[in-house]
Ligand binder design. Sequence first.
Ligand SMILES: [Ca+2]
Ligand SMILES: [Ca+2]
Ligand SMILES: [Ca+2]
Length: 499
Amino acid sequence: MLVLDRDNCVLCEVYAAYPQANGSWTAGSSAIFDLKSHALRPAGWTSADPAGLPILPGLVRYDEVASGEIWHAIRFTAPQTRRAYVWPGRHYASSLTGSQYPPMGQRFRLRAGYDISGAPDQRWNNDNLHQLSSLSGAQFEAVDVSGLQLSADSGQVRVRGGAASTPTSTRTPTATPTRTVTATPTRTPTPGVAATPTPTQAGAKVKSFQNGVVPSTSYAGNIDTYVAEATPAANYGAAMTVVVTGSDPAAGKDRWALLKWDLSSISGWVQSATMTLNITDHSAGQTYELYEALASWSETTVTWGSKPARGSVVLGVAAPNKTGTLVVTLNAGGLAALQRWLNTPGKNFGFYLVNTANTDTLAFDSSEVATATLRPKLSVTYKPPILTKGPWIESPTATSANALWETDIYGKGTVSYRVKGTSTWSSKTAATTLVSGKWQAKAALTGLAAKTTYEYRVRASADSAWTSIATFATTAAVTAVAPTGDMATGILFMPLLQR
Ligand SMILES: [Ca+2]
Ligand SMILES: [Ca+2]
Ligand SMILES: [Ca+2]
């Protein structure tokens, strides 16, 4: 009896299970497999499969056949086996030692000369299934897979290029996907085919943000204001001039500037950044410092009394010793703040410009001034994200599929896709999150046509290169197949093959 806990990715396989009158079960043995792990059973331990391997991953499922391809090893049993096991097998169940008997865990593939022509049927067809019983051991050849082993106690395999496989990936299979014995404990495989990553690192990009000017004349992502200690309930968001001081108008009374730019259109590694202000009232000999605003604020409502908390790290120093253009270079702390904002756009609350002790007032043109090129401007130099893994396809159904990939830094990525043979791409923006310490992008493709081959490509950000085009296939439109139907059919398949 095979029990799959899909929510927790745990597989429990029980041997010789019999229901009892009181509703409980008795069993000869049970084995639990964590499908998020590559770990094998302890050496010498059996399972419901006497090779000590899980049964479920090696079963042929209806949806796989309907999709036209099976991308995993297929399990079968043999009438006589050897008193030995080979990786990833963990247990033997025989006293025979002759080399004509296969050891447990041995992989086989159909010999190249065997005619496997013929299209898969829409539904399981017992007449066709019975053709499989004409196969004999002589039509298979053993495959030495020891070169795929990364660790004797792990089912994880080496993939092309030397990297380790991961349980969530459906990357290019390393072994010829023909009929083989046993299965490694991967998650339920899907017929996705990975594209070759094209990690062409684009050079650093520079993008500036200034209302009404750049990146385009429609940009309006900069907000600014100041808050005044002397008038703690007043809002100055609409003022043409932003005023900053440590002692004005009354002795000791502060005015703090707040500035924020929407940077959500870019992602990548921050290299350098500058803030440009048009100074209308300078402060010779006195500097003002940039800090991070630590909470959300509204340009039209924020006041001294409601202002957000201020960070303690200086992000850059403004030395406005004359009127006109002032360029403030962000220091390492400023670049670190920008990097956090690019990685988590929801945490970008902008800057404070403050000095609580200064007596010489500073003022600069706000984002409301008529001459757009005099408005505050932020320029960022950054390297766009690149793909580090994928893309690959998970969970294809008749109408949907998930496209996934990983990047070296947070990216605002996109997948585009189309029916193979057509010319117009559709696009989906991916959601990027940290998964086990890696930036993973995921986009759900919906409204797809059943049993159709699609082309797709992805890019890690609007500034990044597209990957080469790969394909995936949707499954047939299955109406009503009980989940246990697949499993029962798979078990039926094995005795036909070898018993
Ligand atoms: Ca303003
Ligand atoms: Ca003060
Ligand atoms: Ca002044």
